[in-house]
Design a protein around this ligand. Structure first.
Ligand code: C2E
Ligand code: CA
Ligand code: CA
Length: 612
């Protein structure tokens, strides 16, 4: 190949004094090999890598050839390296130098292929990453081994890899570490805590009203809020604490290396004190409004705290318990924080809700709100649905938050009885004012299956002087289908007394159409999950049309729940849905607001939506 290959003795020893070759040595060639060599040169000098050949003789190291790209990649000329081959090691980053030298020696002695990624410092001081590899090309040429190598500049690739690694551990939106990274750090923190008898705290934060931002101000505002919140959380925690985004509107805080004190009982709660003070700071940080595109927004978050070693001994359980505590906080103390151990050891939270609910039953701390039902053919309010709320000292509790527990505790019948009495009383009050409205009320499964239901309902209505044909009983599809034989009997009884029957939340359960056909149902309430954006989603549109047709063919009146936009309204009207209910017409309101709605020419369509 190159004449220079044959010429030079050398040494691999980095410390040895090198012997220079000359330009002439590098570039001269035997005449007969000129073409091949020119082609080879043309090739190696085109790729963006340093190609080189070297050998060694008598412990001295000689560069036989290096392609000129060494200058663009490292900033040194071929001559500079050829004149001083061991200089290469000086150009290697000091942190990688020992490895490079050792690996070179090992492969060179064993004639194994060498390949290594390491950092080098360019002549201008810039650090680059290279991938350097060589192989033996001519064994024992002139009594010497000849090695041929290539050095690629992989700085860009390396950066890309690092970015990928960063992204794998970080959340794109906030730039905070993600759940995976948090778990790794938590594991490490726990093992340190075990060795040195320290405490660890995990805080799980979930925003209480994030959906509101997304729904009312759009996703961009939601993103802004998360980003700003991430920055605030970092600002209110200690340098050593880790703030991560779990996903959605959930964040995690890791409090590491908490001194646990002397072990005396009073001191052993140090971790709890630290965790509580961080939770307080987070609350404080949320007190200021967020600026979302010029709109002020007040966010509040619920926090669950779990501590090592009190609440769990491993990362997974700690996280799970913090999550559980967060839900407790969300339920009983939104905007506050709950420590897992206090929930677990002494289920005061739940007990007190139970106690409070029992007391509410005794004191009848309920109130009914009424949501108008609208006839889509003329926009008139034809009736109202009675929806119960619990009057707690700090506000009204929606039914979703206590009806399930009331069912579980067997309190639902008492609540349900109150609802019927109150609704009947209200009906008569309105009748006296000349307001004639149908009224719906909801029956939960336990009520439906209580003994003598029909007699009880009719008895109550009679006592109040209410005409049963003005009353609609709503039961959900899943309740109706849980025990269809029994349901069918009860519904028939209610129907025989003149009550109107509605299947609620239709589409969310699994109806047997054969069953449905034999149930004396008058109204089919299409669940709001299908109505939401029905005008924008072809799949939903098809399903809702089918449900309307189903209702019609079963001789039932279709009612669409949860209409919120004029678009949804227009779709339902043009597809023949008779009745509707939704925030677009009115939210559930207190009874004193109903007369105004009923007496105002009776129409509940917004002006532009009612135009055909
Ligand atoms: P439901 O029977 O499906 O009642 C309708 C629920 O949808 C109400 O929630 C109402 O506020 C809400 N809603 C109405 N229009 C819209 C809308 O346009 N958009 C949205 N997003 N929501 C709308 P509420 O009052 O929280 O009641 C929740 C559930 O609690 C009721 O669902 C019902 O299953 C149950 N419930 C309410 N009152 C009673 C009761 O007296 N007894 C029993 N057993 N259950 C009740
Ligand atoms: Ca209902
Ligand atoms: Ca419903």
């Amino acid at each position: 190949m190159d004449a220079a290959l044959q010429a030079l003795p050398g040494s691999i020893d980095a410390g040895a004094k090198p012997r220079a070759t000359s330009d002439a040595d590098v570039h001269a060639g035997h005449r007969g090999e000129v073409d091949a060599e020119a082609r080879f040169r043309a090739l190696v000098e085109q790729i963006s890598a340093i190609t080189y050949t070297w050998t060694w003789r008598e412990d001295e190291y000689f560069v036989l050839y290096t392609s000129p790209q060494i200058e663009s990649i490292l900033g040194y000329t071929p001559q500079e390296w050829i004149a001083d081959p061991p200089a290469w090691y000086e150009w290697v980053h000091p942190d990688d130098r020992a490895v490079v030298i050792a690996e070179n020696k090992r492969c060179e002695t064993s004639a194994e292929a060498y390949s290594l990624r390491y950092r080098m410092i360019r002549k201008d001081g810039r650090v680059i990453w290279v991938e350097d590899s060589w192989v033996v090309v001519e064994d024992e040429h002139e009594g010497q081994r000849v090695f041929q190598g290539v050095v690629f500049d992989i700085t860009q690739r390396k950066l890309a890899e690092e970015e990928v690694a960063f992204l794998a551990h970080h959340d794109k939106l906030t730039g905070l570490p993600n759940r995976a990274f948090f778990e790794e750090m938590l594991e490490m923190s726990i093992s340190r805590a075990r060795r040195h008898d320290l405490g660890v705290g995990v805080l799980f934060l979930d925003l209480d009203n994030f959906k509101l931002v997304n729904d009312s101000l759009g996703h961009h505002a939601g993103d802004q809020l998360l980003w700003q919140l991430g920055a605030r959380l970092r600002g209110c925690t200690r340098e050593t604490d880790l703030v991560a985004r779990q996903g959605g509107d959930e964040f995690l805080l890791l409090l590491s290396d908490i001194e646990r004190g002397t072990g005396a009982p009073a001191d052993s709660d140090m971790a709890m004190i630290v965790a509580e003070s961080v939770a307080e700071r987070v609350r404080e940080a949320l007190r200021e409004p967020f600026d979302l595109n010029g709109t002020e927004f007040f966010a509040s978050g619920s926090i669950g705290i779990s501590l090592f070693p009190q609440d769990a001994m491993d990362a997974e359980t700690l996280l799970k318990n913090a999550d559980t505590a967060m839900y407790q906080s969300k339920k009983y103390e939104p905007g506050g924080y709950v420590i897992f151990s206090t929930v677990d050891d002494d289920p005061l939270g739940r007990l007190s809700l139970t106690t409070r609910l029992r007391r509410a039953v005794e004191l009848e701390d309920w109130v009914l709100h009424y949501q108008p039902l609208v006839d889509l053919s003329d926009g008139r309010m034809v009736g109202v649905e009675a929806l119960v709320r619990w009057q707690e000292p700090n506000g009204l509790v929606p039914p979703g938050e206590f009806i399930p527990l009331a069912e579980e505790l067997g309190l639902i019948e008492a609540i349900g009885d109150w609802v019927i009495d109150e609704m009947a009383r209200q009906q008569m009050l309105w009748a006296e004012e000349g307001i004639d409205l149908e009224m719906s009320f909801n029956l939960s499964p336990r009520q439906l299956w209580s003994a003598h239901l029909a007699e009880k309902v009719i008895g109550k209505l009679r006592l109040a002087g209410v005409d049963p044909t003005k009353i609609v009983v709503e039961i959900t599809e899943s309740t109706a289908m849980a025990d269809p034989d029994r349901t069918q009997k009860i519904l028939s009884e209610l129907h025989a007394w003149g009550l109107t029957l509605a299947i609620d939340d239709f589409g969310t359960g699994y109806s047997s159409l054969a069953r449905l056909r034999h149930m004396p149902v008058d109204i089919l309430k299409i669940d709001r999950a299908f109505v939401r954006e029905v005008d924008k989603d072809r799949g939903l549109a098809g399903m809702v049309r089918a449900m309307i047709q189903l209702a019609q063919s079963l001789d039932m009146t279709p009612l669409a729940e949860g209409i919120e936009t004029p678009g949804e309204l227009a779709f339902l009207r043009s597809n023949g849905c008779r009745l509707a209910q939704g925030f677009l017409f009115s939210r559930p309101v207190s009874p004193d607001e109903i007369p105004a709605l009923a007496l105002r020419d009776g129409r509940l369509f917004p002006a532009e939506a009612s135009r055909r």
